[in-house]
Design a protein around this ligand. Structure first.
Ligand code: HEM
Ligand SMILES: *[C@@H]1O[C@H](CO)[C@@H](O)[C@H](O)[C@H]1NC(C)=O
Ligand SMILES: *[C@@H]1O[C@H](CO)[C@@H](O)[C@H](O)[C@H]1NC(C)=O
Length: 330
């Protein structure tokens, strides 16, 4: 069953990659959601109503990392997939999105961790904190615990009333830098430094062998190694796979990037000097990463609700949700 679904996922992903270029030309004319929910976010949004929030989230992420350090990558990718298409609204946690296309390869343990944290937070404070805020905070903490920057994350998001429907929003691994700049620009991430620093999220985590670029000797040997590995995954940062540091950029300088979308950043005239700077200066990368994460976390979405269960809208109490793993393994 797993094999069948992931094959379907790859087919959908390739399909959506083909759609990216068509989508990109329409993107510049497409306004972001008109309701500027991002403007009302603030780091102390829950300070009075849920003073325990930050300590609950941090302890839960720390415990999850003690079991599996990969959860940092899992959360980081969920945050990207949640925020990028229509603003951070936990739409990523609703079916059918969760089991479709690139979202299928989201880490199940990271998805389940979010709902587990929500349950703890609501038990302590009542239903005052959205699943979208929990994704944002947990991701922020997971990055810091992996060695990355510590920064304040603005809060006050609401959860979507239904799933998102734009399947072609997320760029694929073979996307060229011109298209990446265009699609990031359409999400209010208009500074090329946003694209370069956020791509630095690939300093942790793994990819399926089939996404590895296939255009030089290094990448071909990587594909071979990957295919021979029992997990059939390749670390996105070839130097320090599980540490949040600037080695992803050092690897790009050595032409050891894994995707076309990664390695391209070292060559494009609007991004190559940023790659050089971040490879030489981790402080500069961390400062820009924190800034761009806050920016991506503030992409405005439509106003919604505080979900009582991250896997279903409140109006759908009839909907049978176990954990995501239970859903996915059916
Ligand atoms: C710039 C465009 C981007 C492209 C084309 C891209 C593409 C991909 C692809 C294809 C994978 C592998 C999925 C798999 O095989 O399971 C992946 C993994 C990942 N991406 Fe990206 N990504 C991009 C940007 C980002 C951003 C902005 C972040 C977060 C800041 C991010 C974080 C991650 C992480 C952490 C993983 C590893 C997930 C894991 O190990 O579970 N990516 N990305
Ligand atoms: C993945 O999830 C995002 C966020 O909910 C959604 O916008 C996107 O359409 C989903 N992708 C697919 C292929 O369903
Ligand atoms: C590294 O970047 C930081 C932050 O931008 C900057 O203050 C510092 O001067 C840089 N260090 C070097 C050696 O360039």
């Amino acid at each position: 069953m797993k094999v069948a679904t992931s094959t379907r996922g790859i087919v959908v992903l390739i399909g959506s990659m083909l759609l990216v270029s068509a989508w990109v030309s329409a993107a510049s004319n497409m306004p972001l959601a008109t309701k500027d929910a991002g403007a009302s976010l603030s780091a102390d949004f829950h300070a009075a109503s849920c003073p325990q929030l930050e300590s609950i989230v941090r302890a839960a992420v720390q415990a999850a990392r003690a079991v599996n350090v990969q959860v940092t990558a899992g959360l980081l990718r969920i945050f990207f997939h949640d925020c990028f298409p229509e603003g951070c609204d936990a739409s990523i946690l609703l079916e059918p999105e969760l089991s479709t296309g690139p979202n299928q390869s989201l880490q199940k343990n990271a998805v389940d961790l979010i709902e587990a944290i929500r349950a703890k937070v609501h038990a302590a404070c009542g239903p005052t904190v959205s699943c979208a805020d929990i994704i944002a905070l947990a991701t922020r903490d997971a990055v810091a615990l992996a060695g990355g920057p510590t920064f304040a994350m603005p809060l006050g998001r609401t959860d979507s009333l239904e799933g998102a429907d734009d399947v072609s929003m997320l760029p694929g691994p073979n996307t060229d830098v011109d298209s990446l700049l265009t699609v990031f620009n359409s999400r209010a991430l208009s500074d090329p430094a946003d694209l370069v620093a956020l791509s630095g999220g690939h300093t942790v985590g793994k990819a399926s062998c089939g996404f590895i670029r296939d255009n030089d000797e290094f990448s071909r040997s990587l594909i071979k190694q990957c295919n021979a590995s029992p997990s059939k995954k390749q670390s996105l940062d070839t130097i320090t796979p599980d540490v949040f540091d600037n080695k992803y950029f050092v690897a790009l300088k050595a032409r050891h990037g894994v995707f076309v979308s990664d390695q391209g950043l070292a060559d494009h005239r609007r991004t190559s000097s940023l790659v050089t700077t971040f490879a030489a200066n981790q402080t500069a990368f961390f400062a820009q990463f924190a800034k761009s994460m806050v920016k991506m976390g503030s992409i405005p979405g439509p106003k919604g609700e505080i979900r009582r269960n991250c896997f279903r809208p409140n109006s759908r109490v009839d909907m049978d949700v176990g954990s995501f793993s239970a859903v996915a393994d059916e």
